[in-house]
Design a protein around this ligand. Structure first.
Ligand SMILES: [Zn+2]
Length: 486
């Protein structure tokens, strides 16, 4: 068997002020992980191991990943797509293709990059070669993707701690298809909703558990709940249920609709509730134990937000709250100045609020530099299946009882390492403020006495009624109460 693999991924926040260009992507080509060592932990590298165990030949093409931000430049998307297609053409004949994609990548002129890429791959390999695709659950699953791929599986968990579990499933199902043992049939049901859902909380937790149970039913190969990505203004926007059965399109369609309508019936309860800044701080101060973790969900770089908003930090300082640490604020200029000043130096520093209107005002503070770490890294995922994420240079500065971690390579906060890297013991702080919508939960929930979600102003504020869509269908919950007319 000859397996062809590639990965092209970014999550596009079409409202983000940050362009996604050529330099935004970390790159590995043809399995050479020396060019970007963190990709040795990638799904593509994992698939190669599984193929090696079967004695298969693997042809790896491109792995390209960019931190979520605004639209990808047209020439950049086309360049990477064409590179993958050229590698695939050179590798022919292949027996199966596995693609590790995101599902919410948008480029200028391409509302559905993944659909376009899968269609291009299909054109090269023809109708008989199975194409398996793994997507993030924050994806816009489109009809084009369903038509062109053989099997699509999305993550089930958020935080995405099941990336490798899903990668194994996809590998096995696609392999069995290539061997002629399965004939996957996919069906998609659009729930008419947009939203943000936490499978760590009820009722979504039980719903996901039920999906896993149903996957054991005869003929059912896989069930995915595509949450959608609400900050992508594209025609394919929406929360959708995808069912894959073995050779039975009617069974797939019926189960997708049944599960989609079940989720829809819970629409008023599946969205988490969020604190305002002050109610979140009040709630945090009322907790006995520490540290309390307060998530700034509205400025999540992992959803394309700048990561330099100052709203919560400003209120911490105005209210005189001490024993708090804020991680992290994206500010390469402040990092450069802190490194130049050195540990122990006290200086006036302008912090955050630089990237756009949604970042709030910069804060002019007199700070002491308490920690520096060049080329810091944080980890994400389970201990046995973790991925490394570079943070660039990091600096810890202290002012008025508040520690602030500044960093130079934008990305969301995954791990308490963002504090300990620069000498801040997260267990010794009363309050930890993190810029993340939910991925922080995997590692911070292990040390948190309580987790509090705060909706401040920001580029990923979970205020879905007021997102100014121009392209997406606005006949969706919660913009309208009952879009399916039940
Ligand atoms: Zn995601």
């Amino acid at each position: 068997m000859k397996l062809f693999t590639a990965s092209l991924s970014t999550e596009t926040n079409t409202f983000s002020p940050i362009p996604t260009g050529l330099k935004s992507f970390a790159i590995t080509r043809k399995g050479d992980y020396s060019t970007f060592p963190p990709f040795a932990d990638s799904v593509v590298a994992f698939w190669r191991k599984l193929a090696d165990e079967r004695g298969w030949q693997t042809v790896e093409s491109l792995i390209a990943a960019a931190e979520p931000a605004g639209k990808t430049l047209k020439v950049v998307y086309e360049r990477y797509r064409d590179e993958i297609i050229a590698d695939l053409t050179a590798a022919l004949p292949v027996d199966l293709v596995l693609l590790d994609l995101h599902g919410a990548m948008v480029a200028d002129g391409y509302d559905d990059c993944e659909g376009d890429l899968i269609a291009a791959v299909r054109e090269v390999v023809g109708g008989d070669v199975p194409i398996g695709v793994e997507l993030d659950l924050h994806c816009h699953i489109t009809d084009l993707m369903i038509e062109q791929a053989t099997i699509i599986i999305t993550y089930k968990e958020y935080p995405h701690t099941d990336i490798f579990d899903r990668a194994v499933e996809l590998f096995n199902l696609t392999a069995d298809t290539a061997a002629g043992k399965l004939k996957p049939a996919m069906a998609l049901f659009d729930t008419g909703m947009i939203g943000l859902y936490y499978p760590t909380q009820e009722p979504v937790k039980s719903y996901v558990d039920r999906i896993k149970q149903l996957e054991r039913e005869p003929g059912v190969l896989s069930i995915s709940l595509g949450h959608g990505f609400p900050w992508g203004d594209v025609p394919g926007l929406g929360t959708k249920v995808l069912v894959v059965t073995d050779g039975d399109p009617a069974q797939a369609a019926a189960l997708a609709e049944q599960l989609g309508r079940e989720f829809y019936a819970m629409r008023a309860r599946v969205m988490p509730s969020f604190h305002t800044i002050d109610s979140g701080l009040d709630a945090a101060l009322a907790v006995e134990g520490s540290p309390v973790v307060l998530a700034d969900v509205s400025d999540n770089p992992g959803g394309g937000a700048p990561g330099d908003s100052t709203y919560i930090l400003k209120r911490l300082l105005e209210r005189g709250i001490t024993g708090a640490a804020v991680g992290c604020i994206y500010d390469p200029i402040a990092v450069t100045l802190a490194f130049e000043a050195g540990i122990g130096a006290t200086l006036d520093l302008r912090i955050g609020g630089k990237m756009g209107l949604m970042s709030g005002d910069p804060l002019d503070l007199t700070v002491t530099v308490t920690g520096l770490q060049a080329q810091a890294v944080q980890r994400f995922g389970n201990d046995d299946a973790q991925m490394s994420f570079p943070m660039g240079d990091c600096a810890a500065v202290h002012t008025a009882g508040v520690d602030i971690v500044l960093y130079s390579q934008r990305g969301q906060t995954f791990s308490p390492e963002v504090f300990s890297n620069v000498g801040i013991d997260p267990l010794q702080r009363r309050l930890l403020v993190v810029k993340s919508t939910q991925h922080f939960y995997a590692r911070f929930s292990r040390i948190a006495s309580q987790v509090i979600y705060v909706s401040a102003p920001g580029a990923t504020a979970p205020d879905f009624r007021s997102i100014p869509y121009q392209i997406a269908d606005k006949n969706r919950y919660p913009m309208v109460e009952d879009p399916l007319g039940t």
